[in-house]
Design a protein around this ligand. Sequence first.
Ligand SMILES: C[S@@+](CC[C@H](N)C(=O)[O-])C[C@H]1O[C@@H](n2cnc3c(N)ncnc32)[C@H](O)[C@@H]1O
Length: 235
Amino acid sequence: MKALAPVLLLTAMTVAACQAPAQDDDMYRYKSAAPDGIGKVYMGREIAQVMGHRGWRWLERPERATEERPDLVLAYLDLAPDAVVADIGAGSGYYTFRLNELVPDGTVLAVDIQQEMLDLIDERAAADGVSNVTTVLGTITDPNLPPDSVDAVLMVDAYHEFSHPAEMLAGIKHGLRTGGRIYLLEFRAEDPQVPILALHKMTERQARRELEANGFTWVETFTDLPWQHLLVFEK
Ligand SMILES: C[S@@+](CC[C@H](N)C(=O)[O-])C[C@H]1O[C@@H](n2cnc3c(N)ncnc32)[C@H](O)[C@@H]1O
């Protein structure tokens, strides 16, 4: 079984979140769902199931340090100490509580659609005395960012789960300041050796296709990570 399978625990909330609202238009196509998919297709890619909050311990597993090399990811990010950074699809905060150290005079907005994930982040921030992390409850169509104010958005292993990627990208664009960056980190679908379920990976080509179609300019791709690639886009 591939590594993500045990943690695809769909809560009632996340199942509801995956259902298409009435206003979905012909941007999306529908098919019978793959085992890890929701049967909804965007630009040729079937959207993956949302990882339920009960699997949060998997996100905090120590192996991530070698599988994902978050130290290399953080060293690569170009953030001023007072930057406002949104960690969208923050989960239990694995990256949130690393990002916050890069912006001691700034803020990390930890966005998720599962309140249970945000509760974990709030509890940890309170326990550790972290004051520059703010949780934001998003919706499946809107990350609820303040307009034109975010310097950078980080999305780690999350974008492929967005049930409404085009709407989410419009919301991100609204929140980013001009010149603001998206750092999109996804498992490499080009590499069959990466032991992650198929729909929870993305090719660089597909990621560029989707973000460029939504008005972002690709800047570069960082490829020196064991299992992932980190694509940089600019508003
Ligand atoms: C696989 S987890 C990754 C969590 C975290 N980024 C990490 O690397 O540990 C994906 C997260 O994305 C969240 N998510 C899914 N769709 C979302 C959306 N439209 N807006 C915000 N978060 C979303 C899920 O609730 C889940 O917590």
